[in-house]
Write a protein that binds this ligand. Structure first.
Ligand code: HEM
Length: 401
């Protein structure tokens, strides 16, 4: 099926759309804020593009996350990797999030600050040896995966395996290379199973030990739920933060006035991170929700089983919510952006992501103050995935003459 035609000629989910979705969003916000779409797999659904409708949809519990309630467990819909809070509805969601929050605490996150700075410095030290660097592969990609592996307590000798499994989890969530992914996932659950057993006998102070021990009124995470939570933390803690650093640096490099402002006022880093999250957010679409029943939403008749996608980057460019939304302004005050979602599924890792983003971007700018893009921005290749927004490579010159 040619879904670009069936989406009213808006060419949603194509390479061109990935390159610059904002003109399509502008049109949809004005004319069809809750727009009927056909997904690449032929599924019927809705795309939500205004800030107001996005806020409502993300909080509307008639739009459910646990799709096994609608489709049963056919085609492995409810696999072990989706047994976590992101794919659950109340009351299961509250239970799962509560147990994970007991382990993934603000104190544990704050305790990572020094280590994140060290890992950043090591990566930049290595990059500094050459005149060119690919901001994604050499820096933005390894940093968050090393951080989440260290938090979980993955031995450094096994980190490369985690990198491979984490890539497979992500490809799997995009429906790619089913056979190889299945093999990797078996290896991954086998590894986790024996690791959980060892940790149970001899717990440490890492996140896995804390997750295994987390308890609320006698209730604990089951082994399947532990697989689900660990996979979620790896994917969520990795794919998104890469693109906060990547998209953030790209936006700054393309707006030299803002780059210079941040360089001369490093104390603006926190508001800069919020603006970079708003301006070119790492998560293009919320994870899918499904209409759990037939109902009307903003004048549109949603049918049980319809998929609902909230275009977070469109909401974050809605002129009814943000003045001059297409202007990058790192001093913007009051920015209630939706880059981390809202409602019960609001990002659990937001404090960690913000801290990694602040350290990464400040350190890059301090270490390479003259950094310049060494590619024509029109040639950047945007990744086509359905959820994250980011480019494949960002080549930069570190010491341009
Ligand atoms: C949920 C964005 C980093 C863990 C979410 C959601 C968004 C999001 C939009 C809600 C999805 C929805 O409602 O459909 C981001 C962005 C990040 C980031 C933009 C980086 C810049 C992280 C990190 C972690 C993390 C570092 C943990 C290591 C989670 C978890 C959820 C979640 C566990 C599910 C919460 C729930 O369902 O209750 N994230 N995230 N995220 N995120 Fe993040």
């Amino acid at each position: 099926m040619n879904y670009s035609e069936s989406n009213g000629g808006l060419a949603l989910f194509t390479k061109e759309f990935a390159k610059n979705p904002y003109p399509a969003y502008e049109k949809l916000r004005e004319t069809d804020p809750v727009y009927p779409i056909t997904l690449p797999d032929g599924q019927r659904g809705w795309m939500i593009t205004t800030y107001e409708a996005a806020m409502e949809a993300l909080k509307d519990q008639r739009m459910i996350k646990d799709f096994s309630k609608l489709f049963g467990d056919q085609m492995g819909h409810r696999s072990v990797f989706t047994e976590n809070m992101l794919f659950s509805d109340p009351p299961d969601h509250k239970r799962l999030r509560g147990l994970v929050q007991k382990a993934f605490t603000p104190k544990m996150i704050a305790g990572m600050r020094g280590r994140i700075q060290e890992i950043t410095d090591e990566l930049l030290e290595k990059a500094a040896e050459r005149p060119q660097m690919n901001l994604i592969d050499d820096f933005a990609f390894p940093l968050p995966i090393i951080v989440i592996c260290e938090m979980l307590g993955v031995p450094s000798a096994d980190r490369d395996k985690f990198r491979i499994w984490s890539n497979s989890l992500i490809e799997g969530s995009n429906g790619e290379n089913a056979e190889r992914i299945y093999e990797h996932m078996n290896e991954f659950t086998g590894y986790l199973g024996s690791w959980f057993a060892k940790t149970q006998e001899n717990p440490g102070d890492d996140l896995i030990s804390q997750l295994i021990q987390a308890e609320e009124k006698g209730d604990q995470l089951t082994e399947r739920e532990l697989y689900g939570v660990v996979s979620l933390l790896i994917i969520a803690g990795h794919e998104t933060t890469v693109n906060l650093i990547g998209n953030g640096m790209l936006s700054l490099l393309q707006h030299p006035d803002q780059f210079e402002k941040l360089q001369s006022h490093p104390e603006l880093i926190q508001s800069a991170i919020e603006e970079l999250l708003r301006f070119e957010g790492p998560v293009e679409f919320s994870t899918s929700r499904w209409a759990g029943e037939d109902f009307e939403f903003k004048g549109q008749a949603m049918k049980r089983g319809d998929i609902v996608i909230v275009a977070l980057n469109s909401a974050n460019h809605d002129p009814l919510q943000f003045e001059n939304p297409d202007l990058l302004d790192i001093t913007r005050e009051k920015s209630p952006h939706l880059a981390f979602g809202t409602g019960i599924h609001h990002c659990l890792g937001a404090p960690l992501a913000r801290m990694e983003g602040e350290i990464a971007i400040s350190s890059l700018m301090r270490r390479f103050p003259a950094m310049k893009l060494s590619i024509d921005p029109a040639e950047l290749e945007w990744r086509p995935g359905m959820i994250v927004r980011g480019v494949k490579e960002i080549p930069v010159s570190l010491y341009p003459s």
